[in-house]
Design a binder for this molecule. Structure first.
Ligand code: TYD
Length: 135
């Protein structure tokens, strides 16, 4: 049986390095498999915090760690994938139907998320039991 976890994909974005520092860029049509309708970012994260803890019904996301490091955990309720996030030029595509949590943020880390839709609370499944029933 296919799982939404099978559609999780790691992306590597262009990186332009020169003596002044590195620059990466992301273009909707070239580097992201959905139209970007919203961008949000999480920062000033106290140590020990866990973020996420939900799945999306329809929306697709691309999660980046543009500073510092954290661990991205993705599950379908049966299998779990854990991805170390610590490269600003990498991102992880998270399709709908995947339960996502983020852990072990280092001081000063920043998580940037590109989303396929505007913020809509009705797109979230925040109750793990409900998620496990639906999946
Ligand atoms: P939440 O979904 O708990 O954050 P995370 O999953 O990253 O841990 O969101 C925290 C609050 O922010 C919640 O009240 C909803 C609000 N919010 C918006 O208003 N717009 C957004 O784009 C996002 C992602 C959250």
């Amino acid at each position: 049986m296919s799982s939404p976890l099978d559609r999780v994909k790691e992306y590597e974005f262009p990186k332009v390095s020169d003596p002044r520092g590195n620059l990466s860029f992301i273009e909707e049509g070239r580097h992201v498999p959905f139209p970007i309708r919203r961008v949000f970012y999480i920062y000033d994260i106290p140590s020990g915090s866990t973020r996420g803890g939900h799945a999306h019904r329809e929306q697709q996301q691309l999660v980046l760690c543009i500073s510092g490091a954290f661990e991205l955990r993705l599950t379908d309720g049966h299998r779990e994938i854990s991805i170390p996030m610590n490269r600003p030029y990498k991102g992880v595509y998270v399709p709908p139907g995947v339960w996502l949590t983020m852990h072990d943020f280092t001081t000063g880390s920043i998580c940037l998320v590109l989303c396929s839709g505007e913020y809509e609370e009705s797109d979230y499944i925040r109750d793990l039991d409900e998620y496990l029933r639906l999946i």
